[in-house]
Design a protein around this ligand. Structure first.
Ligand code: FES
Length: 99
């Protein structure tokens, strides 16, 4: 779906669903997910329906992902950083129990 038009000047290393990936510095998490043909970035809490980036400008919240262990991060509004851990979010994210 998404294709990089030219080779990146600088790359960084991130982890997407446990797979180490070299990505262009300055790319958003959503762009990385789409370029890797990730089928979805989250599932909804009620029906479990699959969602993927839609608006790419921080409005629809369909791109929510777990980033560095924190759920509900908008992938389209988050730039990649070295060593970032990105995961598809299931429903509301992890059950952290009572706090
Ligand atoms: S794609 Fe719509 S908020 Fe991220």
């Amino acid at each position: 779906m998404f294709k990089q038009l030219s080779e990146p000047l600088e790359t960084i290393s991130v982890t997407l669903n446990g797979h180490k990936i070299d990505a262009a510095k300055g790319m958003t998490v959503a762009a990385l997910a789409l370029s890797q043909n990730l089928p979805y970035t989250r599932t909804t809490p009620v029906s479990g329906a699959r969602r993927a980036p839609f608006c790419m400008m921080g409005v629809c919240y369909d791109c929510l992902m777990m980033i560095d262990g924190i759920p509900n991060q908008r992938a389209c509004a988050t730039l990649l950083s070295e060593g970032m851990r990105i995961e598809t979010q299931q429903a509301n994210g992890p059950d952290w129990g009572e706090r």
